[in-house]
Design a binder for this molecule. Sequence first.
Ligand SMILES: [Zn+2]
Length: 246
Amino acid sequence: MSEIKKISGIIIRKIPFSDSSLILSLYSREFGKISLIQKGALRQSKTKTGSKIDTLNHVEVIIYYKDSRDMQLIKEVDLVDYYPSIKGNLEKLKYSSAIAELLNFFILENYENEELFLGTIKILTRFEDSKSNDEAELFIRYFLFFIRHTGFEINFKKCGVCNTDLDIDFELINFNFEKGFICEGCSQNSFHSFQFSKELFKIITCLNFKKEIHSSTELNNIIKFLEQYLRYHVPEFSGLKSLKMF
Ligand SMILES: [Zn+2]
């Protein structure tokens, strides 16, 4: 017997299946990532379920839930938000798609995390409402928040070798993917994976601690660094395709 359940979440991936069905990955509040199937979705008229099922839509779904099944059957879909401003703006779409990619790759089924879920809804709402071209900055803030919630937290306060406090005024700070940030003193004797100039270290620290920054041309370097950092820890992760596609 299956149980009827109502869940809500963001569609992070959509794949056509057989002639008329759709398989989707939903990043849900209740179950973390969950795979759902809508039978006959592509046969239904545009005004019905088919058009509500789109990547990055926020939906409420009624499912026939069965613990033993890998994929849960959809009964009904209701649209909460389809983020029209994100979908009509390439920069917003690029970074929102990268968020969907992160969630699809790193979040496991049955990984329930209310704070990460609410943070994800919040960032999409901010992209939707943003008028100031600050997408890269918003994305990095989310990326750092995501890294904290997936067990790869970076220590911005202490040197990973000698444990002294990191000083925002150091001329050069190295980063080792294994040990984290390394102070000036320890830098001479440690292998580094990435070098931070004074400015770059200051920017990433401010972004991590939710402080204001002045717009910067260094933001892409920070994104590259965070991608490399995750790739080091999860070799199967090959970087964010959305960022290269747009
Ligand atoms: Zn040190």
